[in-house]
Design a protein. Sequence first.
Length: 86
Amino acid sequence: NRIAPKDGYDFILIDSDHSYEGVKLDWELIQDFAREDTVIMIDDLRDERHWQVKKFWDELQTTKYDFEDFIEDTGILISAGVTLKL
């Protein structure tokens, strides 16, 4: 609360401990700092090791966009979801 901008953030990234409870807690905590048009990204949706993140994502009742991209030069797979505040 001390360092957050008074009008909230434009973008918030959730990259939690990958448990259902962890991502849910992060989601709840950011609500005080997100506006209606804040873009919220949740990382690791398609990584099977982090299935609990996907479970939380699937249960969110909001407009969601999930994407996956493979950056060939680096071998990095990006899988994340983007949504707006509820």
